[in-house]
Design a protein around this ligand. Structure first.
Ligand code: GLU
Length: 547
């Protein structure tokens, strides 16, 4: 049996040969600086905020260079695959405006000329390349049983040797074709391993786009390329896919850094030009004095679904992600508060090589600023979208009193420095419940300096009898001063400060009473606006309710 026949004997006939596949996926027709990136998750159904970060970088770099960003699903580890895993990823990322030019568009369908984009549908391709390696004596069948593998591992641990199949542990590396065929005819199970041409004592230099120059020992591990289920390992599959799909930049988590020598070697052995790599450090969380990885298990904010559930606007999350991606983005945003993400060009040299802190307070602050700059209709729409899913009672009110609600969102909005107090829509109920009679059932009233009930009643009734006027803000405020004067409170703060003992209090105390009796809260947006929106009858009713 010659090696070609041997390869066929091991892996069967493929629909196409390696050379045919090479011809089927020609170079892409793009500008020379265009980046071809891919997001390549396993379909586990869970999208980590770190994956959002990586896919965002993929999308952004491809977009800003007129390149291509595609979605490839790495489902060769069938144990990790869940139902709807792909469509969940597509949906979660689309929520953040991360859409792909090519790749999977549902759990089963894809678009684009470089597919299929689901690795489990590419078995024939991987086998064609594995067969080529077998023919060239760069891969071989290995008959080590799981028990033998375990024994080897235990022994290596005992004697503190490097773990893996190399050197003398690579027992079947040099089996002849005839010996291998005989074993297979006897029913022995096998997998396909790379016949690594490397020598561990050699050093290799690798240039990571973000981390710069790195030095490694050359790979000498005979890693598995085709598993017993006929599917490839990640190492083998990603090399072939990134080659055939003409990926120019691989952006991925730094858990793959230790595989760099292997991957460099695989590209070499396969005769491919390797893409450039950007290895991204995990997002870190500060907890007291310690800094640790954001964890799917411990941290709700590790899941991208969290941001949707909390009603943090997706664009605010992306703005925050930009600050993590490029250290100069924040200064740019300060200088261009209305600047759009697409107007800012991400650069490699402003990316951090070490783990970035994921700072929720900062994110919420960015979100607050962002929401404050939206117009009333935009905020209303977001409130509607959020409450529709998470607060049907409030949703009904926002819909029933649409125009009123839009006006509520407009309080202190269209001004040079808009009010900033809403960071996420999960806070929408505590933010505006008191603006709706249907929700208004205060348990306590946050009165401040004036808390005597009779005095408060006197203030409220005098105000309603003589001074209520919302024609315009000046008139309104003037009347409150007149009210203050009439009841023995200073309407002029200077006079009050000079002789506080001459007064019961000052005009601010009066305003506080009017505010708290109306809303039960000591802090609200502009009181004049609230009164104007309410109208006299509702103000009167609220005061009656208080009394
Ligand atoms: N499927 C790999 C993972 O889930 C992708 C790594 C890569 O982007 O190459 O980590």
């Amino acid at each position: 049996m010659n090696r070609k026949e041997f390869a066929e004997f091991l892996l069967g006939k493929t629909e196409h040969t390696k050379d045919e596949y090479e011809a089927m996926y020609p170079e892409r027709n793009l500008d020379s600086n265009a980046m071809v990136t891919r997001f390549a998750p396993s379909p586990t159904g869970f999208v980590h905020i770190g994956s959002l970060f990586v896919s965002f970088l993929d999308r952004k770099y491809a977009s800003q260079t007129n390149g291509v960003c595609y979605l490839r699903i790495e489902d060769t580890d069938t144990k990790r695959t869940v139902d709807n895993g792909v469509s969940n990823i597509i949906r979660d990322l689309a929520n953040f405006d991360i859409n792909f030019d090519e790749g999977m568009i549902s759990d089963t369908e894809d678009k684009g000329n470089y597919g299929p984009y689901l690795q489990s549908s590419r078995e024939d391709i991987y086998k064609a390349y594995a067969k080529d390696l077998i023919e060239k004596d760069l891969a071989y069948p290995c008959f080590l049983s799981p028990e033998e593998m375990e024994d080897i591992r235990n022994m290596q641990e005992d004697i503190k040797a490097r773990i893996g199949i190399y050197g003398k542990y690579a027992k079947y590396r040099n089996l002849s074709v005839e010996e291998a065929v005989e074993k297979i005819n006897n029913g022995e199970k096998y997998i396909i391993r790379l016949k690594s041409p490397g020598n561990f004592d050699n050093k290799i230099i690798f240039e990571d786009v973000i981390r710069g120059r790195m030095e490694f020992n050359e790979n000498d591990l005979d890693i598995v390329i085709i598993k017993s289920d006929g599917l490839p390992t990640y190492h083998f599959a990603h090399a072939i896919d990134d080659h055939l799909m003409h990926t120019t930049h691989v952006i991925r988590g730094d858990e793959w850094v230790s595989s760099i020598p292997l991957h460099v070697q695989l590209f070499d052995v396969l005769g491919f030009k390797a893409p450039k790599y950007l290895h991204i450090s995990p997002l870190m969380k500060k907890e007291g004095e310690t800094v640790r990885k954001l964890s799917k298990r411990k941290d709700a904010e590790a899941a991208v679904s969290y941001y949707h559930e909390e009603g943090i606007p997706t664009y605010a999350v992306l703005l925050y992600i930009m600050t993590v991606a490029n250290s100069n983005f924040e200064a740019w945003l300060d200088a261009n508060p209305n600047g759009k993400i697409e107007d800012f060009e991400l650069t490699f040299n402003k990316m951090s090589a070490s783990g970035s802190l994921f700072d929720m307070d900062k994110l919420l602050n960015i979100s607050k600023n962002y929401i404050s700059r939206l117009n009333k209709n935009e905020v209303y729409d977001m409130a509607i979208n959020y409450t529709k899913e998470y607060d049907s009672e409030l949703y009904d009110l926002l819909t029933k009193y649409k125009d009123y609600s839009i006006d509520v969102f407009n309080i202190e909005r269209e001004q040079a420095k808009p009010r900033k107090d809403l960071a996420k829509f999960s806070e929408i109920r505590p933010y505006l419940w008191y603006m709706y009679d249907e929700l208004y059932e205060p348990e306590t009233y946050e009165f401040m300096n004036v808390s005597d009930k009779d005095e408060i009643s006197r203030i409220l009734s005098t105000y309603m009898d003589k001074y209520y006027d919302v024609t315009d803000k000046d008139t309104w405020f003037n009347n409150i001063k007149l009210l203050a004067d009439e009841l023995g409170y200073a309407s002029n703060m200077k006079e009050y400060k000079a002789n506080p003992e001459n007064f019961k209090g000052n005009v601010a105390d009066i305003a506080t009473v009017l505010r708290v009796a109306l809303t039960s809260k000591s802090q609200t947006p502009d009181l004049y606006e609230i009164m104007r929106l309410f109208g006299k009858d509702r103000v009167l009713n609220r005061y009656k309710k208080f009394i």
